[in-house]
Design a protein around this ligand. Structure first.
Ligand code: HEM
Length: 135
């Protein structure tokens, strides 16, 4: 597959626009800022993650499930807020084909991270689904 620079630039913009909003958000900002010391490293990781998903570059090799399982503040409400903010910021992205694909991945991954978080932290309770995008 040929990877155009334009697409890498699209991913860079998507990630940087989204986390600029996250950092200022009244609910999400404090949680991210409590866990992330080095934002440049986090942003580079997130560019690699989205590039792996959307451009199949295989640059990301981490374990998001384990990392999110260790964030005690996570809740259904927080994931739904994350998804709403992702919808809002990606709606302004100039490449709407890429943005729509990113939104679809984000919904699936958020659901799976939330399931994993509940199973890891509350194994005796039946895990609950997110409602984002279902009503
Ligand atoms: C409320 C929702 C979320 C919160 C508060 C959150 C928070 C965080 C934090 C604090 C980290 C850094 C963890 C660390 O370095 O130890 C992180 C990493 C990451 N997050 Fe999230 N996240 C959320 C949702 C998501 C979603 C929906 C996705 C995917 C679509 C995602 C993908 C990632 C990835 C790929 C990493 C990098 C993990 C690694 O270091 O390999 N996150 N997140």
């Amino acid at each position: 597959m040929i990877i155009s620079e334009h697409s890498e630039a699209d991913i860079h913009r998507l990630v940087h626009d989204f986390y600029a909003q996250v950092r200022q958000h009244e609910k999400l900002g404090p949680v991210f800022n409590a866990h992330i010391n080095d934002w440049d490293t986090h942003l580079n990781t997130m560019v690699d993650f989205w590039s792996s998903l959307l451009l199949k570059t295989a640059r990301y090799t981490g374990s998001p499930m384990i990392k999110h399982g260790r964030i005690p503040e996570l809740s259904a409400d927080l994931f739904e807020t994350w998804l709403s903010l992702f919808d809002q910021t990606t709606a302004r992205h100039p490449n709407q084909v890429l943005a729509a694909q990113a939104r679809s991945y984000a919904q699936r991954i958020a659901r799976s991270l939330w399931m994993g978080h509940q199973i890891t932290n509350n194994p005796s309770v039946t895990p609950l689904e997110l409602h984002h995008g279902t009503n």
